[in-house]
Each structure stands twice: as structure tokens, then as C-alpha cells.
Design a protein around this ligand. Structure first.
Ligand code: KMT
Ligand code: NI
Length: 177
């Protein structure tokens, strides 16, 4: 795992876009983002049990697996959105980037590789992309039914109940840059 400020420069979304300014783990936790490294799936099982994630599936984001729709899929995962539930991903193989919006609405880029697990809180604006190797195999965990419809950012998402609750939970935390 590596977290840094996204550079906002033009170029393919799969390039690192590393501004050279790192983001500390404590800042991620202020944003409500949980990160863990799990050497094997037993660590994931423990987290799943404690947080009552009952179900899981696996997705491979790669041209080999997705064929013609790969480029389209990668673009769609990169649209800024939120969910009304947590987004929990465990990287089984390969690597990828999760970008999350900071308090000041800048992008924090989180590079995850094999063994990394992330929990994005409901209501946080984010997006995902593979990196230049074009290969992310991930486990997706969910509580009951999959409820991860992406709600693309717009006027409606700003007024979304889960968005408001997310922002409320951040109040009073020493979030700054
Ligand atoms: C998401 O929510 O953006 C995804 O599920 C992307 C694939 S998981 C690595
Ligand atoms: Ni998402």
C-alpha cells in the first residue's frame, strides 16, 4: 500500500500520477478509510466475521478476463461515485488504485497490491482503476446482498443521506492536509 496526493496532470488514469507528496495512514483513517494487510485469506475471514460480512465474490479486472469490454469497464470504474454501503476489497493478485476524495475535495491515490485490504466508508466519493499492468484480481465482501450500485457524483449525491452521514462523522476530526 502506498498513499499519496494525485497530481491531477493529464495522462492515462492507469499511470501513477504521483505528486511526490505522501499521505500518512493517520490521514486515511481520518477520512474513515480502513487499511489492513492480510498475508492470507484467514486474516480476511477474521475481519469478515468481526464486521459481519457474510458474503463474498471475486472479480478479475484484466483484458484477458474481460475481453472487448475491458477498456469500457476500466473507464466506468473511474467515474467518481459513492455507495450507500461500505466498499470492501481484498487484493488477491495484481494491483490497482483506489482514489478517494479528501476533506478539501482533492484526490488521495491509494495503491493496493496483493494482500492489501481496504474498507471505504459509505458516502465517500471515490473511483477505481487498474494500474499500468492492467491486472487486478480482488475479493469483494458484502454484508448481505450486494448493494454497491455506484451513484455518480452530482447534485443528488451531495444531498444523499449516506453522504451527509459520512460528512457528519468526519466533523470534529483533525482533518487537514
Ligand atoms: C469498484 O467498486 O470500483 C470495483 O468493484 C472495481 C473492481 S474491484 C478491484
Ligand atoms: Ni465504488
Amino acid at each position: 500500500m502506498k498513499a499519496y496526493w494525485f497530481d491531477n496532470l493529464p495522462g492515462d488514469q492507469r499511470e501513477p500520477h504521483n505528486s511526490g507528496r505522501d499521505v500518512p495512514a493517520s490521514y486515511l483513517s481520518d477520512l474513515g478509510v480502513i487499511y489492513e494487510h492480510c498475508a492470507d485469506v484467514s486474516g480476511v475471514d477474521a475481519i469478515a466475521t468481526s464486521r459481519q460480512y457474510k458474503n463474498r465474490d471475486e472479480i478479475t479486472v484484466s483484458p484477458e478476463k474481460m475481453g472487448d469490454i475491458y477498456e469500457e469497464k476500466v473507464k466506468s470504474f473511474f467515474h467518481e461515485h459513492l455507495h450507500e454501503d461500505e466498499e470492501i476489497r481484498y487484493i488477491l493478485d495484481g494491483a490497482g488504485y483506489f482514489d478517494v476524495r479528501s476533506e478539501g475535495d482533492d484526490w488521495v491515490r491509494i495503491w493496493l497490491e496483493k494482500g492489501d485490504l481496504i474498507v471505504l466508508p459509505s458516502g465517500i466519493y471515490h473511483r477505481f482503476t487498474t494500474d499500468e499492468k492492467n491486472y487486478t484480481k480482488a475479493m469483494r465482501l458484502f454484508k448481505d446482498e450486494p448493494k454497491w450500485t455506484p451513484l455518480n457524483r452530482g447534485d443528488e449525491t451531495d444531498g444523499n443521506q449516506f453522504r451527509k452521514e459520512y460528512l457528519k462523522a468526519r466533523e470534529g476530526l483533525a482533518v487537514g492536509q
